[in-house]
Design a protein around this ligand. Structure first.
Ligand code: FEO
Ligand code: CA
Ligand code: CA
Ligand code: CA
Length: 712
């Protein structure tokens, strides 16, 4: 009823911009407080203040909050003097005309093309000018792009979880397809707080069914040919969008990670493929006779479903979806300021389990540099360097600028040497043996190299890492940080590795046992954060050390190598973000220390590469570590609700509003739908300890009660 009324009010009031207090009151509820209607079409928009840009300081600020204690509450716990509110959660309508979230799974599949998706993950805030363009320093009005990584089974979308049966229910699958992808939402800071502007003309969903262009060296390749685009120039959908990036010209980058969740391949398919194709499919985790966990292809013969089966069934690649697998794993560029623009899969940046793509600060006259990680055990860290050099006049030029900087350039993969030096190895067809003579996988051209970047990196002997997650570049000195979340495949230096097991090396040095209650966890259960400084004179050289080792405070000294204490001990770093002041934010996606605490977010003021020294890691491998953490340099800022991952970080340019995401609260619980008991009741539990509501992924807004800057 409120939605219908509000839709009427909205239509009537669009002309004068602004929504009545009555309508706002009717719309009370999570994520829908203080809504404003879009005023871009109004004849007299209210003038908005344009704050002066915050100057970048030479040194980072001091941490100025009381550390939050580890806990297992079903709440977001922030320091004293801070407050939180929910910006949006799974299923919230972004436009007028769709009903508000009902907490019963009754929302239609179709409506998820206009609702906030599931599994909030990476995100970025872009300031929005009065004229509707990118305004980097604007803090009170912006576009928040959020990844919706995946559908958190069994909660949320369906009336009572996923229906049983070998063949999936078509309506459920359709809803899941639309609940993946990206949301772009206008956000406004007003007296009552920061909220999503329902009905904004910028509000948009990009889903696992949205049409996209391929650009760069693999565009038009036979490897990308499908029934949908025989020429391999287009595809549909982005999926398992994990972390993200952004560009200096004001576009969003979203990265495709665990796309194997939705792609199957038939038994006997190998016999219908070339030997080379089979090598590529296996290297990317898709052996024949492999069923995806989500089984989308079983929902029917309609193209919306059939295309998730990456098997040979037609006469040629133009007749089936054998190449679906090759259409995922890319960096996708979206122009949030152009809601009708066609997203671009930028193939020059390579294809793998793309966690994210993080830019170095743009320098006029220098190339654009993007750092990237492949989040799987024993995979690699990559760097892309554009051919074109940065021209600040390209700010605001959207996908045209994207084509200029991201479609031509050089892709590298990292090798970390034991002495603290490192090398970027070039992944260019015709160089370093990356051609048809490569025995393991004969490369045809650069399109083949980027599509099979892992196989190219194998050939060059890059360093296999402990699951590269997020990266971030320090704005004060351009040093690059990347989380290595954990790795259960590291084995003792005395062991004989089998299968995908690896012995430790200097850059992934720890092997130890950590107990989770009575459960033994071996390898590198708590993860670490590596960092490097590029050589000023050479694009292919760098120096590295390990900034921080995750550990519980009472672990042995050769495990707790960074000297963590009760105010800052953590496990499995994942999200990472430098704000403009040079304060580093670290988030966890942990399953190792969760017997003691829910996942968390910490604030840090890091030093620099070389501020520590040599160390011996648990298991006997020598490494190079940064200076030990102290309560002054690393402090726990918040702890999340039950069974969640804390991920996604964005800060307004004035450093006064922090956004972060809670993903999959209560994911381990077995729901009792009739009794409405769930593993978590967050976000409802944030304000009502007795709430019996479904857990939902959501974006949280953090502010200081006194309106000051965050963290200081
Ligand atoms: Fe989706 Fe690598 O976390
Ligand atoms: Ca433990
Ligand atoms: Ca992640
Ligand atoms: Ca993770």
């Amino acid at each position: 009823m409120a939605d219908v009324l509000a839709a009427r009010l909205s239509r009537r009031q669009t002309l004068r911009g602004g929504m009545s207090v009555t309508a706002a009151a009717l719309l009370g509820g999570v994520g829908l407080t203080a809504c404003s209607s879009d005023d871009d079409n109004s004849s007299a928009p209210a003038p908005a203040p344009t704050p002066a840009p915050a100057p970048t300081p030479a040194t980072p600020p001091k941490l100025g909050f009381t550390a939050v204690a580890k806990n297992k509450n079903d709440l977001v716990t922030v320091p004293e003097g801070y407050q939180v509110s929910i910006l949006h959660a799974l299923g919230d309508p972004m436009h007028w005309g769709d009903e508000s979230w009902k907490d019963d799974g009754s929302e239609s599949a179709d409506s998820y093309q206009r609702r906030i998706g599931d599994g909030h993950d990476g995100m970025y805030y872009f300031g929005l000018s009065d004229a509707g363009a990118y305004q980097a320093e604007r803090s009170d009005r912006g576009l928040l792009c959020v990844n919706h990584e995946y559908v958190v089974a069994p909660y949320g979308l369906h009336p009572a979880g996923r229906s049983a049966g070998a063949a999936r229910n078509a309506a459920e699958v359709e809803k899941e397809i639309y609940a993946h992808g990206i949301s772009v939402a206008e956000v406004r800071r007003e007296t009552a707080g920061t909220s999503m502007v329902r009905g904004s003309r910028f509000n948009r969903r990009v889903t696992s069914a949205t049409t996209m262009d391929f650009t760069g060296p693999a565009r038009g390749a036979a490897l990308l040919a499908t029934k949908f685009s025989a020429g391999g120039t287009q595809t549909r959908g982005t999926n398992n969008n994990c972390a993200n990036g952004y560009t200096p010209w004001g576009t969003y980058l979203t990265c495709e990670e665990n796309f194997l969740n939705v792609i199957s391949r038939a038994a006997g398919d190998d016999a219908k493929r070339s030997a080379k194709e089979v090598v590529g499919l296996n290297r990317y985790g898709l052996p024949q006779n492999r069923k995806s966990p989500y089984l989308w292809e079983t929902a029917g013969t309609a193209d919306l479903f059939a295309r998730w089966d990456s098997s040979v069934v037609g006469a040629s690649a133009a007749d089936d979806y054998r190449n679906t697998i090759n259409t995922f794993g890319w960096v996708v560029e979206i122009d949030p300021f152009a809601p009708d623009s066609v997203p671009a899969k930028r193939t020059a940046l390579g294809r793998f389990n793309h966690e994210g793509a993080w830019p170095a600060p743009a320098v006029v006259g220098k190339p654009i540099v993007m750092y990237q990680g492949d989040d799987a055990r024993n995979e690699y860290i990559y760097k892309f360097v554009s051919k074109a050099v940065w021209d600040a006049a390209d700010v605001g030029k959207g996908l045209v600028a994207g084509a200029k900087y991201l479609d031509e350039g050089t892709l590298y993969v990292a090798k970390f040497n034991a002495d603290g030096s490192g090398e970027w190895l070039e992944l260019t067809y015709g160089k370093n043996g990356l051609d048809a003579t490569n025995a393991a996988y004969p490369f045809a051209d650069q399109g083949d190299v980027v599509t099979h970047a892992r196989l190219a990196a194998d050939k060059l002997g890059a360093t296999k890492m402990d699951r590269p997650e997020w990266g971030a570049v320090n704005p004060l000195n351009s040093e690059v940080y990347m989380t290595l979340t954990n790795n259960s495949n590291r084995v003792a230096t005395t062991a004989t590795p089998t299968g995908s097991q690896l012995k430790p090396d200097a850059a992934n040095p720890r092997y130890y046992e950590d107990m989770k209650g009575t459960t033994s966890q071996k390898g590198n259960p708590n993860g670490h954060i590596i960092r490097w400084r590029e050589d000023a004179a050479s694009v292919t050289k760098f120096a590295w050390d390990i900034y921080l080792f995750g550990a519980q405070a009472d672990a042995a000294a050769d495990v707790n190598l960074s000297g963590l204490t009760a105010v800052n001990d953590f496990s499995s770093p994942d999200g990472l973000y430098f704000d403009k002041r040079g304060m580093l934010w670290v988030q966890t996606d942990d399953g190792a220390y969760t017997d003691v605490t829910n996942c968390m977010m910490l604030a840090a003021v890091p030093g620099k590469v070389g501020d520590g020294g040599a160390a011996n890691a648990a298991g006997g491998t020598s490494t190079i570590k940064g200076a030990n953490a102290t309560a002054d340099t690393l402090r726990r800022f918040l702890v999340g609700p039950k069974e969640c991952e804390i991920t996604g970080i964005a800060m307004t340019p004035d450093n006064k509003t922090l956004f972060f995401n809670v993903q999959h609260p209560g994911e381990e619980g077995t729901p009792d739908w009739a009794a409405k008991t769930y593993g978590s009741n967050w976000p409802a539990s944030q304000t009502d300890a007795t709430a019996k509501k479904r857990p939902r992924s959501a974006t949280v807004v953090v502010t200081r009660k006194d309106g000051g800057e965050i963290g200081v």
